[in-house]
Design a protein around this ligand. Structure first.
Ligand SMILES: Cc1cc2nc3c(=O)[nH]c(=O)nc-3n(C[C@H](O)[C@H](O)[C@H](O)COP(=O)(O)OP(=O)(O)OC[C@H]3O[C@@H](n4cnc5c(N)ncnc54)[C@H](O)[C@@H]3O)c2cc1C
Length: 471
């Protein structure tokens, strides 16, 4: 142990040196404990009070907040340094959470009971608590237009550095380059568990285990879905996973050359046989399909083959649009349809911006030339144009995959986790935190908030159990 502490403290020195601009060297490499493992000492010497698999925000925060004097906590991380995904979050600026009251926040985790599940975690450690935590460590946060919260420095690295400093201060040991390969659970006296966690470099034992391995998206950051397998081995069910917060690829996409056009607050209707959902949000035309917050946030519900209907003019204004076209033809019959439609945006009919390039394309698709005079507009022309403006149909050929998706939908079944502690209802001593759970939030800071809040909730539960059993 003396050797361990010594190594630990020399690593801390290194960490302070380079805390601004590179990952703390302290945790790069895999030397820590290697001597103990290879020297043939009893396995019991690698016995921890808590092992956490994964040094992302949920795992690090769980470790930091669970620590009690005299306890040994080990975080195993498969990459050569912690927090790879955290570092790229918010394009490296880390949209850490979102402004608003807790109910507002909870409404941003889909509508399949995720918000209900997260309520105790988010009430126990709110967005304001998260902001205060970082403020107390010297990192101020700023609120951007729309409510997204970022570190004032605009650097995800500063968030990670604080988490690393906290691990050092609390003596939470992080061991990198340790991809966990398997977990074995032995039941010991009183229904307690003893977990044997095996990595390429060695094995570790612990009474408590937290799986904080994240989802499957951006696998290059280390989160490649192994946590689901571990949870399954331990008896948990995994609800169907898939990429979420991801752009869409559209079959026979007609707007490739209009890539870059964006439409604020557009109504998007989703059909699978029948209409299954309506969403309102900002969308962006890409070269191969659709993106933008409105699409990303809906993507958790979308599957290949689904039909999307985009409303450039709201569907409930269909009749008003028809009447407007009829009147326009009467009053302004000599005007060509392209310039007539340019007036639409300025009239009482609410529309998204009707860019001339877009109108031209919609006219083409609706089967009429853009120089057609209003007086020549047939009933069929009108009907086809109104259909396309109020509900332009696009078939989803696919969702962009895990390499592009910001999160993974689905995961460890929520029913099997106690939402008040994040402890497994099936396996005593097992905790699951962060994105490995069947929890995914909208864009805007909700996923990191969920990672921190679930990490904190598990930590509090672990600490309070330790305190009870130590008394
Ligand atoms: C490009 C991008 C941008 C994003 N931006 C934002 C944003 O601005 N705001 C927001 O709220 N959310 C954002 N997210 C989502 C957010 O980053 C994640 O939801 C969050 O990091 C999840 O935290 P976590 O701790 O559960 O898992 P992760 O951060 O994924 O961490 C899991 C860790 O476990 C390790 N691990 C996995 N398997 C093993 C194993 N077998 N053995 C050992 N270690 C293992 C991984 O290497 C990884 O370090 C973004 C995601 C991406 C991909």
């Amino acid at each position: 142990m003396a050797k361990l502490r010594k190594k630990n403290s020399s690593m801390q020195d290194g960490m302070q040196d380079d805390k601004q601009d590179s990952l703390p060297k302290a945790y790069v490499g895999d030397e820590l404990f290697q001597d103990e493992l290879s020297s043939g000492k009893e396995e019991s010497q690698c016995h921890y009070d808590l092992i956490i698999i994964g040094a992302g925000p949920s795992g690090l925060f769980c470790g930091i907040n669970a620590m009690l004097v005299g306890k040994k906590i080990l975080i195993l991380e498969k990459k050569n340094s912690p927090g790879h995904k955290l570092l790229i979050s918010g394009s490296g600026q880390c949209n850490i959470t979102h402004d608003g009251n807790i109910q507002d926040l909870l409404d941003h985790y889909g509508d399949k009971g995720q918000g209900r599940f997260l309520r105790p975690a988010l009430l126990g450690f709110t967005n304001n608590d998260l902001i205060s935590f970082f403020k107390s460590k010297g990192l101020e946060m700023v609120r951007e237009k729309g409510g997204k919260i970022f570190p004032k420095t605009g650097r995800a690295r500063d968030v990670l550095n604080i988490l690393m400093e906290q691990c050092r201060e609390k003596e939470v040991v992080i061991k990198c380059n340790q991809a966990v390969m398997s977990i074995t659970r032995n039941e010991v006296a009183g229904n307690e568990s003893d977990f044997l966690v095996s990595c390429k470099g060695g094995s570790y034992r612990s009474r408590l285990l937290a799986i904080a391995t994240g989802g499957r998206s951006y696998p290059a950051t280390g989160s490649s879905g192994e946590g689901y397998r571990f949870a399954e081995i331990l008896g948990h069910r995994i609800s169907e996973i898939g990429p979420a917060l991801t752009p869409l690829l559209i079959k026979d996409y007609p707007f490739s050359d209009l890539a870059g056009l964006s439409f604020p607050d557009m109504k998007i209707s989703l059909y699978r046989h029948a209409k299954i959902r309506v969403h309102q949000g900002d969308i962006l035309f890409t070269h191969e399909g659709l993106s933008g917050p409105g699409i990303l946030d809906s993507s958790r519900y979308i599957r290949a083959g689904d039909i999307l209907r985009l409303s450039f003019v709201p569907g409930d204004k269909r009749k008003a649009l028809e009447e407007w076209l009829v009147n326009k033809a009467r009053q302004d019959g000599g005007k060509n349809i392209l310039s007539a439609l340019a007036d639409l945006s300025h009239l009482e009919l609410p529309t998204v911006p009707l860019y001339p390039r877009l109108i031209k394309r919609i006219l083409e698709i609706s089967g009429m030339p853009s120089d057609l005079q209003m007086a020549q507009l047939t009933r069929e022309n009108r009907s086809s144009l109104v259909d396309n403006l109020t509900g332009f149909s696009l078939v989803v050929s696919d969702l962009c995959g895990y390499n592009t998706a910001m999160v993974t939908r689905g995961g460890v079944e929520r029913k099997e986790i106690d939402p008040k502690t994040m402890q497994s209802r099936l396996v005593k001593g097992l905790y699951l935190v962060g994105e490995v759970l069947d929890v995914d939030g909208d864009t805007g800071g909700y996923n990191l908030q969920a990672a921190f809040s679930t990490g904190m909730l598990a930590a509090r539960s672990i600490r309070s159990n330790w305190m009870k059993s130590d008394n």
